[in-house]
Design a protein around this ligand. Structure first.
Ligand SMILES: O=C(CO)[C@@H](O)[C@H](O)[C@H](O)[C@H](O)COP(=O)(O)O
Ligand SMILES: [Zn+2]
Length: 198
C-alpha cells in the first residue's frame, strides 16, 4: 500500500474515532436511543414486529439490525420478529418498476405493517423520498415510527415518534454512528427480553 492510501485511511479512522467520541458524549442521542430501545421492547414483548428500511449503506445496516433481533445479538434466547424491507429483490424490482422507486418501502409497509409494529427508517440526509414515504405510510397504518438521521436531517422528525440524530454531516460517519448506536440498542433490547425469561 502506498503512502497516500495509508494517509487517507488513517485520516478516515481518526475522523471516525472523533465522531464516535462525540456521539458517546451526546446526551440527546443517548436519551433518544434509550427511548427507542424501550419502544422496540414494548412491541416485541406483545408479539409485534420491527420493520427496517434504508438505502445504500443504510440498507446493509437495516439487514444487520434485523439479524441481531431475529437471530441473536449475543445471548441465547427466543427469536423475535424483525424484517429488513431491503432484501426481497422481486418485491423491490416489481414495486420500483410498476410504481417508482419512491414507493419501494411504503408499499411493503402497507402490505406487511400492522398497528403496534415499529418502523425504523434510516436516512443519513433525512431527505430520501423512499424513506419519507415509508414513514408516512407507517403513520397512516398505526405503526410506531423511529428515524435515524444525521445533523442535517432534522426535518424527518415531523414523521417520527422518535428521531435519533448522529452528530455529523458526513454520510459515512453518520452511518458508523448509526450502526454503533444500533448495537447498543440491540444490547439493551436483549437484556430487557432476557429479564422477562428469568
Ligand atoms: O453507503 C453509502 C455512503 O457511505 C451510500 O451507499 C449511501 O448509503 C447512499 O448514497 C444512499 O442513497 C444515501 O441515502 P440517505 O442516507 O441520504 O437516505
Ligand atoms: Zn458506505
Amino acid at each position: 500500500m502506498n503512502r497516500a492510501a495509508d494517509d487517507l485511511i488513517a485520516s478516515h479512522l481518526a475522523r471516525s474515532h472523533a465522531a464516535m467520541a462525540r456521539a458517546a458524549q451526546d446526551t440527546a442521542l443517548l436519551a433518544s436511543a434509550g427511548r427507542i430501545a424501550a419502544k422496540i421492547v414494548t412491541a416485541l414483548r406483545s408479539g409485534r414486529k420491527l420493520l427496517i428500511v434504508g438505502n445504500g449503506g443504510s440498507a446493509a445496516d437495516a439487514q444487520h439490525i434485523a439479524a441481531e433481533i431475529v437471530g441473536r445479538y449475543k445471548q441465547e434466547r427466543p427469536a423475535f420478529a424483525a424484517i429488513a424491507l431491503t432484501t426481497d429483490t422481486s418485491a423491490l424490482t416489481a414495486i420500483g418498476n410498476d410504481y417508482g422507486f419512491d414507493h419501494v418501502f411504503a408499499r411493503q409497509v402497507e402490505g406487511l405493517g400492522t398497528s403496534g409494529d415499529v418502523l425504523l427508517a434510516i436516512s443519513t440526509s433525512g431527505r430520501s423520498p423512499s424513506i419519507l414515504n415509508a414513514l408516512r405510510k407507517a403513520r397512516e397504518r398505526g405503526l410506531t415510527t423511529i428515524g435515524f438521521t444525521g445533523a442535517n436531517g432534522l426535518a424527518m422528525g415531523e414523521l417520527c415518534d422518535e428521531l435519533l440524530v448522529a452528530p455529523s454531516d458526513d454520510t459515512p460517519l453518520i452511518q458508523q454512528i448509526h450502526l454503533a448506536t444500533a448495537h447498543g440498542i440491540c444490547e439493551t433490547i436483549e437484556a430487557a427480553l432476557m429479564q422477562d425469561l428469568s
